[in-house]
Design a protein around this ligand. Structure first.
Ligand SMILES: Cc1ncc(COP(=O)(O)O)c(C=O)c1O
Length: 388
């Protein structure tokens, strides 16, 4: 058995109430939308859950001290960022954390600056939190989508209070560079914005010369003006276990965040803590193998997609989510077009651009090849029918 065969062998997820798979339960459509992967988790995680399961009592559980210590060490080791255990706030999900953060900052007049094209639940947080949403235009720098810092630097509105950053960016997978982050940080510092930074994809970077940098780690000023959100969930395929953490160095921000969640956000799942700890402590080998496998999928996908007339895929630096430009096909409803072809992707319009589709390549290469074949066939037929 070669090193990667475990990722080729995906389990059947029928009858597991999988959100991803049940959308297309009684159809032949391949589920390639919501961001969870088809792979079994690292065996060390299953083992850790199993051994806790044997205890038979599953009462309210707080974060293990050893887990807090692990996160502190992890931030130091990976990012040379010295954090304190008391800065950590555990929450069941990153989306919940984004929403709590928005509710805990400013008031009903406050404006939230969010990337114009982004994971939809980030932008939705403004409305749900009764805040105004200002969309920050995205610019393509060397085929990487990032927020337009010049546009941000030109802002002069006292109601702007929150800058939402998604790094690595979903969709598109760009990893913000130190220079780009420093630019954003100095704008935020000058205007006193709080940066809410969703970094849930930080461990899914494919390029060996790229490195994740938490914006909060840049300097003590931005550290005090930031809420950093992370989780093991995307990388280690634990989304159903509901466990993530916020790093909030500023005491007042932390207090407000805790207050906004009190009585609304329930305890983190006990198995969320167990799996997160096992992932960070024992999952590194599996993680590296995963990155190798996903890198292979990404390279295959990019090569193939760019040979299909009317489709275009820029380099994907991180995340297992390909942001495919389908605008060349001139379709009103590309989502329906590809569903009819048997490929169930996420519609770009939900992220802010109807000319794109987001494809989740966290699946076996066999499944990915089948998806590409279906897409190519459908697009070829489309051009044939147009007779061009
Ligand atoms: C950028 C980003 N943030 C948050 C989430 C969801 O996080 P959670 O399931 O912890 O709420 C996702 C899921 O795809 C995501 O891509």
């Amino acid at each position: 058995m070669n090193e990667f065969s475990k990722f080729d062998r995906c389990l059947n997820r029928e009858n597991t109430n999988s959100v991803k798979h049940d959308r297309y339960r009684d159809s032949e459509i391949l589920p390639m939308w919501v961001a969870d992967m088809d792979f079994s988790v690292a065996p060390e995680i299953t083992e850790a859950i199993r051994s806790r399961l044997d205890h038979d009592v599953y009462g309210y559980t707080h974060a293990p001290e050893s887990l807090n210590k692990l996160i502190v060490e992890r931030m130091q080791r990976l990012y040379q960022w010295s954090i304190k255990p008391e800065w950590l706030v555990w929450i069941p999900g990153v989306v919940a954390a984004v929403n709590i953060a928005c509710r805990s900052i400013g008031d009903a007049n406050s404006q939230m600056l969010s990337p114009a094209v982004v994971y939809p639940y980030i932008a939705h947080a403004a409305e749900l939190s009764n805040r105004y949403l200002q969309k920050v235009p995205m610019v393509s720098r060397q085929q990487r989508w990032v927020m337009d810092s010049e546009w941000l630097a030109g802002r002069n509105d006292a109601n702007d209070e929150i800058l939402l950053l998604c790094n690595p960016h979903n969709p598109g997978g760009s990893v913000y560079s130190r220079e780009e982050l420093s630019e954003l940080a100095s704008i935020a510092e000058a205007r006193d914005w709080v940066v809410v930074s969703d970094e849930v994809h930080c461990d899914l970077i494919f390029e060996r010369n790229l490195k994740h940098i938490p914006i909060a780690s840049l300097n003590p000023t931005i550290e005090q003006q930031s809420i950093t959100l992370m989780a093991a969930s995307k990388t280690f395929n634990l989304a159903g276990l509901g466990c993530s953490f916020a790093i909030i160095p500023n005491q007042q921000l932390r207090r407000n965040f805790r207050q906004a969640s009190t009585g609304i956000v329930s305890h983190v799942n006990l198995f969320g803590y167990i799996s997160t700890q096992a992932a960070y402590q024992q999952g590194e080998k599996w993680h590296q193998q995963l990155l190798d496998y996903l890198r292979g999928n990404r390279d295959y996908l990019r090569e193939e997609i760019n040979q299909i007339r009317g489709l275009k895929l820029d380099p994907v630096e991180a995340t297992y989510l390909a942001w495919i430009d389908v605008s060349g096909l001139g379709l009103d409803n590309p989502h329906r077009f590809f569903e009819q072809a048997g490929v169930g992707m996420s519609p770009g319009r939900e992220f802010g651009d109807n000319g794109f589709m987001r494809l989740n390549f966290g699946c076996s290469l066999t499944t990915l090849k089948e998806a590409v074949l279906r897409m190519r066939t459908a697009v070829d037929n489309h051009w044939d029918q147009k007779n061009v």
